[in-house]
Design a protein around this ligand. Structure first.
Ligand SMILES: Cc1cc2nc3c(=O)[nH]c(=O)nc-3n(C[C@H](O)[C@H](O)[C@H](O)COP(=O)(O)OP(=O)(O)OC[C@H]3O[C@@H](n4cnc5c(N)ncnc54)[C@H](O)[C@@H]3O)c2cc1C
Length: 468
């Protein structure tokens, strides 16, 4: 039989971070790769809108310097992570209380970037210092706030127990966490022997924010992994906006690898069909879209439930006095799950003299979400917000796939020889999960195609003109 004329070894459908990270590993191994993206830019859900000098993310902000794939993914060497102030700031009983951990001392590249970025970040003259009231726990990296009866974390003994629990979790191997019995997170929390107010005042709001899941129906194993990352590293933002991460990955691919504005309508093991340019032949196809689009291209794939997320961006010329902290509501007294003056975390996100406040609402938002958010923010920050200007309200109905138990964190990425799938729905519903699925699938494709060998010299593809 004649060898068919391939236009690439592998066609990747979708230029989110999962598809781009897989493409990076494939091209680095000498496999010619074509990435086809339906939208007019790369990044998928990691999109950043640029308005009047502001950079407004669609996603809910929370990455961790302890995400292993931020360190392991080739092409992300240049990524700068801007850390929030250590731990989180809890609003409870009308006051702010700091709770949390110091950055891990393991020398993770992300943490180093974070620390360097922190050291070099200019502090706007009007920015007040974040409140600092940590008490060191001897021999531990964990810090807890001073005891105050009625504070969300309870008594000094309660707080020391929480500190010790987080430190233990930080040192527990991931595989051990994954072998624990699996329950909905809300049930597992109640069985961990921690005081009710530690759970309600700190762990519940923190986990809801980390998992985008206000009901904590997520698998307790995924919740443990999220808490472990929190305890090992620092919450952080990519400098310049969420889109910095996919754009960095796309820029480091060989020129002409990514083609935007090309929608794939069907796939097989040896070709894809596109709406714009007909059939493109290849030796393997990787579907790297979100879960719903993947199930349309690959009938039989399960479509999960999703958690909706709304992100509201405001600006003011007078930043509230919480510094670079991530602020959570221990009292759950309104729609905002977490909020921050992100321009104090990453000054590149707002023009000089303006503060950018970004707030995340989980679940179905209330009718007049902007008014409800403003009222809640006035209580959380303790300042009037009526004059704050609304820059954007981004609602994403299918923001993150739900991870209810039983949740398989390593869903198969190889469907058939020649047909593969990756994305956050194969792993955990986070940037870490999406990157890790790209890591796993590239290993599977390289194993099938014969790793490290140059597969094919790409033919020019005149029918797919736009390269990003
Ligand atoms: C509002 C919100 C808040 C979030 N908060 C956090 C957070 O705080 N922390 C965290 O870690 N994660 C968060 N996430 C999740 C994180 O953004 C995702 O897990 C990750 O970006 C998923 O990447 P992906 O590559 O798997 O998929 P996507 O980013 O969805 O990429 C898939 C790509 O495929 C393209 N595509 C689809 N169909 C086709 C087709 N037929 N042909 C060609 N291309 C196609 C799409 O246009 C898209 O670009 C949040 C997400 C949202 C939306």
């Amino acid at each position: 039989m004649l060898e068919p004329a391939y236009q690439a070894d592998v066609v990747v459908v979708g230029a989110g971070v999962a598809g781009l990270s897989a493409a990076h590993r494939l091209t680095s191994a000498g496999v010619t790769t074509m990435v086809l993206e339906a939208a007019h830019g790369v990044g998928g859900r990691m999109a950043t809108e640029k308005v009047d000098g502001f950079r407004l993310d669609r996603i809910g902000q929370l990455l961790s310097t302890a995400y292993p794939e931020l360190r392991l993914t080739p092409g992300l060497d240049g990524l700068v992570l801007r850390p929030f102030a250590s731990g989180v700031l809890l609003h409870g009983d009308g006051r702010h209380h700091r709770a949390g951990v110091q950055p891990g001392a393991g020398g993770a590249r992300g943490a180093l970037h974070a620390v360097r970025a922190l050291a070099s970040a200019p502090r706007p003259p009007s920015a007040p210092r974040p409140p600092r009231r940590p008490v060191a726990v001897p021999g531990r990296q964990v810090s807890v706030p001073r005891s105050r009866p009625g504070a969300p974390l309870g008594t000094a003994v309660d707080q020391a127990r929480l500190g010790a629990a987080l430190s233990r979790l930080a040192g527990t191997p991931a595989e051990r966490l994954l072998s624990r019995p699996e329950l909905p997170a809300v049930e597992a929390l109640a069985a961990r022997g921690l005081p009710a107010r530690t759970i309600d005042g700190f762990l519940r709001p923190l986990l809801a924010a980390l998992l985008c899941d206000p009901g904590l129906t997520t698998s307790s194993r995924c919740a443990d992994l999220a808490l472990r990352a929190f305890a090992r590293g620092r919450l952080c933002l990519p400098e310049g906006g969420a889109d910095a991460l996919p754009e960095l990955l796309a820029r480091t691919l060989p020129p002409g690898t990514v083609h935007t504005g090309v929608r794939v309508t069907s796939v097989s093991t040896t070709s894809v069909t596109t709406a714009e340019h007909g059939e493109i032949r290849c030796r393997a196809v990787l579907v790297a879209t979100g879960a719903r689009a993947a199930a349309e291209l690959l009938p039989g794939l399960r479509v999960p439930d999703f958690h909706p997320v709304t992100v509201v961006h405001h600006t003011t010329d007078e930043p509230p006095g919480t510094g670079a902290s991530l602020l959570l509501d221990a009292d759950l007294g309104g729609p905002v799950a977490h909020t921050a003056v992100v321009s104090l975390v990453d000054p590149t996100r707002a023009p000089a003299g303006r503060a950018l406040v970004s707030s995340t609402v989980l679940g179905r938002p209330p009718g007049d979400v902007d008014t409800a958010v403003r009222m809640h923010l006035a209580r959380l920050y303790g300042v009037p917000t009526a004059r704050w200007e609304t820059l954007a309200v981004h609602h994403t109905a299918e923001a993150v796939p739900a991870m209810r138990p039983p949740h398989d964190l390593r869903r198969p990425v190889r469907l058939l020889a020649g047909l593969y799938v990756c994305g956050d729905h194969r792993d955990t519903s986070t940037v870490q999960g999406a990157l890790h699925s790209g890591h796993r699938v590239s290993a599977a494709i390289l194993a099938d195609l014969g790793a490290g060998r140059s597969m094919h010299v790409a033919e020019p593809v005149p029918t797919v003109p736009r390269a990003a």
